[in-house]
Design a protein around this ligand. Sequence first.
Ligand code: SIN
Ligand code: FE
Length: 301
Amino acid sequence: MGTASTRSLPEVLETLDAIAWDSPAATNMVQSAVAALEDGKVLYFPRLAFSTLPPEKRFFSPAFADEKAKNISFDPATGQVRHAVGTPEDISAISSMLKRFHDTARQFVTVLLPQYAGRLQSGRTSFRPVEVQGRKLSARKDDSRLHVDAFPSTPTAGTRILRVFSNVNPEGRGRDWLLGAPFEDVARQFAPRVRPQMPGSAWLFNAIGATKSRRTAYDHLMLNIHDAMKQDDTYQAQVVKNDFSFPPGSTWIVFTDKTSHAALGGQHLFEQTFYVPVEAMLDPSKAPIRILERLTGSVLA
Ligand code: SIN
Ligand code: FE
């Protein structure tokens, strides 16, 4: 067994010194920020903290999250909160807190990545008050194993998944992550193992409401790559990886459908998901769907 190797940190993480959510582009970093993100790097803002209000501090407890769920989620489009436990007043305060994170993250991304601004679609917002370490989950649900994101019920047909994370831990606890191999390597290793989608299954999943839209060949491939990565213990042990602990008061942005990542530990995190159409990218050829299409020689959506 070979020992796992590491890439140099600048290969996986780009540090940018924004200190205010409303003016991320105080330097000339805008051009390179987009390129770095599309290359699969994490954009890391060590001093960009999301401030919660004093009455919100009480929500920093796993007691407010449904035991079966990993996090409390919020839909910015409808205002609906899911998996939160509390009085109607608590739920409404949690809703405002999550809405504020969404609005803050959206404004930040809009200014930082003006190329995407007009095309950015807001997905779910989440608050994660449950300690990551020590959770017992099946391999497929275990985010402490390196993976690229693919959602079983939300097919994207290639649209990019861009996520903003803010560690708000009040006790100095970092969010401990692993960053894995480049997407091209992941795709080369796992795509050939994926069996074709069963004829009719995409139609069926959609018809019975298991998916929100038709699962494309791309979604099928990504979902299976996600599962196969997590289920391969040898891969997890031997693949090139970097560990990095995002400290409290820091924020990071990453295309989680391309960048292999895992969360090993940490508690109290905000996360905002955005969707970016492939055509809005500075270089669409860097999208996972285009990379997989080149490798498989087929149109995937
Ligand atoms: C993940 O997206 O896999 C988990 C990220 C986290 O909760 O830190
Ligand atoms: Fe993930």
